[in-house]
Design a protein around this ligand. Structure first.
Ligand code: SAH
Ligand code: SF4
Ligand code: F3S
Length: 463
């Protein structure tokens, strides 16, 4: 870069990420953009001249966590007056200028589509000004940028395939923080997968808020397939096509994807999963609620029957497919009977695991504008604990039934609890722990399961 960025050359960066996998993937894009400008990543905040915090706004407590973190950073800034602090990601996008006003130690505020501008924002800071860019884009996908892998185990990696979300679920802040949905050029996705396998990686997870609505037609904001021109249709690539392309990169490369929206996952995608052994038989299919009136109010665009039907279809085609879900309890006006429907959905769906939350009103969302957040917090929390209890029971039972069976596991890293054991995951995305023996990281191992807990399988390698 020209424009007097020379002071950047000697600077060191520390990035901290919160929120979903997409944020973690974005931080790797940020690290790459910064490295191009001579600013390299360091492993600890103590060594850094610049600290970027990539933030999440999904629930109030996610933002509170970041506010606490910023409080702690005041100490760092006192110790080092030259320290630059940047807030990136969803909270930056949601709060914009307000963040600079409320958090005096913050120098840079950059939204999710503004990361190419970071070197320029930094040079503004070195010129003595605070800097902000929160412009959302209709095209930006950072397609050609090769991410710098951070905190990597060298085995599994994320690849972003879409950005933004057009769904407008009434509770959700993401469409406001991430902007309109757009798909990334499939060639750049395949190229990234190829580079990963060449560098020894064995698993990729294709990421998007709603991966099933991926549609490449030459670039730009999401369009309905029917609205494409003949030329666009001819070169179009949908999610099933993309899965097929990535699966073909190498039979040694496992392919996962997340998140699937129940309204968009198609038979074509399920058949593509069946066609390739290396596409993991695991689907994250967030239900949110088991009651059709609540689902309608959430603007999820499917009802309970539709959800049940999708799940049935998945299990018809792939009986041992792992399925997980997201659940929100205590959404606006949810009655006790409607909550019972969610408990019923949990029992009937037999999810392998779920991410479960109580409803947190987000400013600016449809629900915040139109509905009253009228379920008392203690009721939301009690309902949540009931949902969690059922899920734990299901997970425990499902894992118990896996004892005695053998699963193919990809070794990811050392177990947190015991340095003599490996941690890896089964095709269905269940964590598996077993003795290291002579196995190596990145190897596929057949593991016979001897014991289990709610969250993991414990066994021994037999291959
Ligand atoms: N795109 C994904 C979800 C992204 S957000 C999908 O549509 O499924 C991850 C999860 O956070 C959501 O599935 C939902 O369960 C939860 N969530 C989102 N907004 C929330 C809110 N306001 N309160 C509580 N949980 C929320
Ligand atoms: Fe949010 Fe709904 Fe989009 Fe998921 S699909 S990111 S819940 S608006
Ligand atoms: Fe959070 Fe933004 Fe992801 S709000 S969940 S980091 S898209």
């Amino acid at each position: 870069m020209e424009i007097g960025l020379s002071p950047l050359d000697t600077k060191k960066l520390y990035i901290e990420s919160y929120g979903c996998a997409m944020n973690f993937a974005d931080s790797e894009v940020v690290a790459s953009i910064m490295a191009e400008n001579g600013i390299h990543n360091v492993a600890t905040e103590e060594e850094a001249d610049i600290i970027f915090i990539n933030t999440c706004s999904i629930r109030d407590n996610a933002e509170q966590r970041i506010r606490h973190r910023l409080k702690a950073l005041r100490h760092n800034k006192k110790q080092n007056k030259e320290l630059t602090i940047g807030i990136l990601g969803c909270m930056a996008e949601r709060l914009k200028k307000q963040l600079l006003e409320e958090e005096k130690l913050v120098d840079i505020v950059a939204g999710p589509d503004a990361y190419r501008e970071l070197p320029i924002l930094l040079s503004e800071v070195y010129d003595g000004r605070k800097a902000m860019n929160v412009i959302l884009s209709l095209e930006e996908t950072y397609g050609e940028i090769q991410p710098t892998r951070l905190n990597s185990n060298g085995v599994t990696a994320f690849i972003s395939i879409t950005r933004g979300c057009d769904n407008m679920c009434s509770f959700c802040v993401v469409p406001f923080t991430r902007g309109r949905e757009r798909s990334r050029d499939p060639e750049s996705i395949v190229k990234e997968a190829q580079q990963l396998i060449e560098s020894g990686y064995k698993e990729v997870t294709l990421l998007g808020q709603n991966v099933d609505s991926y549609l490449w037609y030459g670039g730009g904001p999401k369009k309905d397939f029917k609205k494409l021109t003949e030329e666009e249709k001819a070169q179009s690539v949908n999610f099933a096509d993309l899965l097929d392309m990535v699966a073909k990169v190498s039979p040694e490369l496992r392919v996962r994807f997340s998140t699937s929206h129940p309204k968009d996952i198609t038979d074509e995608v399920l058949y593509t999963m069946l066609k390739h052994e290396n596409i993991c038989k695991y689907i994250h299919l967030p239900a949110q609620s088991g009651n059709s009136r609540i689902l309608d109010k959430m603007n999820r665009t499917y009802d309970r029957d539709w959800y049940d039907g999708k799940l049935k279809r998945i299990r018809e085609l792939m009986p041992d497919c792992g399925v997980s879900s997201d659940i929100i309890t205590g959404f606006c006006s949810e009655t006790e009977e409607e909550h019972e429907d969610t408990l019923d959905l949990m029992r009937a769906s037999n999810f392998d695991f779920s991410y479960m939350y109580f409803y947190s009103e987000r400013p600016g969302t449809l629900a915040a504008r139109k509905f009253e957040d009228d379920v008392p917090e203690e009721v939301k929390k009690r309902r949540l604990s009931e949902v969690i209890e059922i899920q734990n029971e299901l997970s425990k039972r499902k894992n118990k039934a896996r004892e005695g069976q053998t699963f193919r596991v990809l070794i990811e890293k050392e177990s947190k609890r015991n340095k003599d054991e490996w941690m890896g995951r089964t095709d269905q995305n269940i964590t598996c722990i077993f003795p290291k023996s002579n196995y190596k990281r990145g190897e596929y191992v057949e593991v016979r399961i001897d014991r289990s807990t709610t969250t993991s399988l414990i066994g021994v390698g037999v291959s």
